[in-house]
Ligand binder design. Structure first.
Ligand code: CA
Length: 215
């Protein structure tokens, strides 16, 4: 990577951080929206208004921003299409990325994250959110604010815009964070390691077919 590319990338990530801050302020003033439910947890999108019922203060002073600066490749070896979706998943305690349920919800002891969002739409990384394109890059439109003190999280990227029908998924496999522990497919977010903003650049493992529905 040459210097100009590096500078551009740094500016791009800086821009998205500013955009995320603006969106956070807008969201705080926006009217309530209806949340879906999945496995007993509300489905909250990073780029949509937060329902008033889910608006909570930042109890543990943790802000977590996430993205992929390298293209994530799909089952065909091509960059993922914009509009594909990612789940931000909380491990239930067994330390494993359990396979999803046939309906696309987190399986095993896992569940969607508790906080201000748990679903992310891939929009590319450069400039405004782009609905068209196949960059395989994404960023969270907001900082994640967890509403529990300690938990371990991971990402699941689906090859489609609906977790109920997307044919393949990929789990996060590695990350690079600004501080705290480094690497692995799962990250521990806790006041002991994060105070204020932190960010992580994620990579993903191989494509896996979605589990078949049981009859
Ligand atoms: Ca688990």
């Amino acid at each position: 990577m040459n210097m100009s590319m590096s500078t551009r990338r740094t500016r791009s990530v800086g821009w998205t951080l500013q955009a995320a801050s603006c969106l956070l302020l807008i969201a705080m003033a926006a009217p309530a929206a209806v949340a879906e439910e999945a496995g007993g947890r509300p489905v909250l999108w990073d780029d949509r208004n937060i329902p008033e019922s889910e608006m909570k203060p930042n109890p543990f002073n943790m802000l977590f921003y996430m993205y992929s600066t390298e293209p994530v490749l799909d089952s065909k070896g091509e960059p993922h299409q914009h509009g594909h979706v990612l789940q931000w998943i909380q491990d239930g305690g067994n330390g494993m990325q359990d396979a999803p349920n046939p309906d696309g919800s987190p399986g095993g002891d896992d569940s969607l994250a508790l906080g201000n969002f748990n679903m992310i739409t891939m929009h590319g990384l450069d400039g405004t959110q782009m609905k068209e394109g196949k960059s395989g890059k994404w960023y969270s439109a907001r900082y994640f604010v967890p509403t529990i003190r300690d938990a371990v999280y991971y990402l699941r990227l689906w090859e489609g815009d609906d977790v109920r029908t997307a044919p393949y998924y990929q789990n996060s496999s590695e990350y690079q964070a600004s501080t705290g522990d480094q690497g692995g497919g799962m990250i521990h977010i806790s006041p002991a390691t994060i105070q204020g903003p932190q960010e992580a650049d994620w990579r993903f493992g191989p494509s896996t077919p979605r589990p078949a529905a049981k009859h």
